[in-house]
Design a protein around this ligand. Sequence first.
Ligand code: FAD
Length: 409
Amino acid sequence: MENAADTSTAGSSGPIVVAGAGYAGLHVALRLTARLRNRPAVELTLVDRHDYHQVITELPRVASGTRAADAVRIPLQDMLARRVRFEQTEINGFDLAGRRLLTGAGPIGWGRLVLALGSRPNDFAIPGLAQRTLSLYSASDAERVWAAVGKTLTAAAAATDPERQRCLATVVVGGGGATGVELAGELAEILPGMASGHGLAPNRPAVVLVEAGPTILAGSSPQLIGKATTVLADLGVQVRTNAMIAAATEEGFRLKDGQLVEGGVFVWAGGVKAPELVADSALPTGHNGRVKVDQHLRVLDHPEVYVAGDLASVTDPRTGHVLPPLAQVALEEGETVARNLDAELEDRPLEAFTFHDKGFVVSVGTRRGVADIAGFTSGGRLAHVLKDAIEWEYRQSVKHLRGWDPVAR
Ligand SMILES: Cc1cc2nc3c(=O)[nH]c(=O)nc-3n(C[C@H](O)[C@H](O)[C@H](O)COP(=O)(O)OP(=O)(O)OC[C@H]3O[C@@H](n4cnc5c(N)ncnc54)[C@H](O)[C@@H]3O)c2cc1C
């Protein structure tokens, strides 16, 4: 995040277009709807390829069959006031000079643009990874993981060779961050019950979590890592740290030290990067292709374009580190962007973005979790209840924001 004058730019008239209806973009649209109540002339358009918002934080549950995919797809029409024009289309590029978003439905002109296109799985150019692994970044991805798990258990049950059966009944998750830990934990808890339905012994399925670094949940407190490791061990997850994947082959993950990790299903949860669309644009990008912004979340040299969510490269001045791609961060950035767009319209000074860390919660399995909040670490049932409460609160807040402007619906 770089410094820039905290004044709004002149000529802020024209439609406001929000690209992406994920955590950040939807929040901007909902907040602005209320703020624009007395400004009927300002057009507000939200653009997304889907006509629903995806509650991505709940995907590990869909991938392990404990939640239906449709339960994490919330129709946008249920959330948006009539005040917001919604365009369902694919965004293909940006015409920054002409102030147009290039989409499958034709160009969409903007006076102010908010880019909130999220991120994509990053395969770090590891050979074979993109072709041979499933990812977990949408409800459809999660459905594919769940279907693949069912298919491989069926194949395992039909295998006569015990070694082949063991291999087929193993799910391998690459990446020991929060997503990988949540997925591995959920699967480890669900698979023994599923096994009997497939005619397999309950202890036949296995889950392996492969992490390149020395620890899972890198960057978290040693206490949190310790508690998560204990729960995973208790669930029977085989955690392999210092295990860098060199290639994904027909046989499995080939590690840098030559070892092979075999399995029936391989899921990659090892990191994210900006969508290719952004890499191909003239926008200034930093680490993993995220877009560089000033302290008001406007693109450097393009003050008429804001960025929020995973796509924004925002350095926390207190730590000097770029903020992680988290829903919590996306929502706070969306809040600041909505306030700054409103400030521009009101000719008020813009506010600088400050992140207020509410803590870190990871579910590990269907009943337990780990949490670091306000310097305290907890593990077990309470942390899982907390994760459930955060997800419930998010769904309520979305409904609540819609309720802010009943007149406009
Ligand atoms: C499995 C998983 C679990 C997670 N769990 C947590 C958690 O517990 N807590 C937490 O804080 N974070 C979690 N995260 C991270 C969190 O989901 C992201 O940080 C958050 O979704 C980022 O919000 P966003 O608005 O930037 O992007 P997104 O929510 O991904 O939204 C981007 C939107 O842009 C749309 N879009 C993208 N490209 C185009 C295009 N070309 N044309 C049209 N539309 C487009 C997409 O359809 C989508 O609606 C998790 C992530 C994953 C993958």
